[in-house]
Design a binder for this molecule. Structure first.
Ligand SMILES: C[S@@+](CC[C@H](N)C(=O)[O-])C[C@H]1O[C@@H](n2cnc3c(N)ncnc32)[C@H](O)[C@@H]1O
Length: 235
């Protein structure tokens, strides 16, 4: 792990990892992301490779395989990768997945993969310096293309978490609610869901400085204002 430390590096472990897919897979945003990535994967040359960072639970592996892509992945959380191994079964064995920090993927040689895909990540990074380091690593390891998801400020909606919903959730599961409060008091990283909305021009300027040229931008996610995928190619 590099010197920088932030909650996203620590919080996807234990129960957060175990519950990751179940809490999200029915949500419209998750479904929209699956469709966006499937369309992108089908547009890539069959037989080419994709590095999914952060790999998480390997949610996109079925669509990569359907498109005939070779899959690599890396994630800092061994627990998320363990969930991926369990969920994907045999398909996991065809992927090459490593526990690694996206800021420093020294296990990968320059240009070792054709493309990098990055979803649900940049908004968890607390500074543009870290974003910059990661975009540089993507440029080093990928030969051709980056499919990058960003949440941009314009129209970004505040997280909906009304008091009534929180109270109903606590009453439905009081033990879990007490656990959450105790973790919050201990300032456990699993309770930190602060989103860092980095301005789009700043991120794209840093990408450009590392050789990534914007080729296309997706439509905005209908269920999550400000969420888009950016297709960048080596200039
Ligand atoms: C919100 S999840 C996204 C997972 C997956 N990309 C998806 O779309 O579902 C964020 C992931 O980032 C991983 N992560 C956080 N910091 C990381 C870092 N510096 N390097 C690699 N993975 C990291 C976490 O372990 C977690 O699996």
């Amino acid at each position: 792990m590099t010197a920088s430390l932030y909650s996203a590096k620590l919080k996807y472990s234990g129960a957060v990892a175990e519950e990751y897919v179940g809490k999200r897979e029915e949500a419209p945003t998750w479904v929209w992301e699956q469709e966006q990535v499937a369309a992108w994967a089908r547009s890539r040359p069959a037989g080419s490779s994709v590095l999914d960072v952060p790999f998480g639970t390997g949610r996109y592996v079925p669509v990569y395989r359907a498109a005939g892509l070779k899959v690599r992945g890396c994630d800092i959380s061994a627990d998320m990768i363990a969930v991926a191994r369990r969920e994907l079964g045999e398909a996991f064995g065809d992927c090459c997945v490593e526990v690694a920090d996206a800021e420093d993927m020294r296990h990968l040689a320059d240009g070792e993969v054709d493309a990098v895909l990055c979803s649900r990540f940049i908004q968890w990074l607390p500074s543009l310096d870290i974003v910059d380091r990661i975009l540089a690593e993507f440029a080093r390891v990928a030969d051709d293309e980056l499919f990058l998801q960003l949440r941009i400020p314009s129209g970004a909606a505040p997280r909906a978490n009304p008091l009534g919903a929180r109270v109903r959730r606590a009453l439905a599961s009081p033990g879990a609610a007490v656990g959450r409060v105790l973790r919050r008091l201990r300032r456990d990283p699993s309770t930190d869901w602060t989103i860092h909305i980095h301005p789009e021009p700043e991120v794209l300027a840093r990408a450009r400085a590392h050789g990534w040229v914007l080729a296309a931008v997706s439509e905005e996610c209908p269920s999550r204002p400000g969420l888009r995928f950016y297709r960048l190619r080596k200039g």
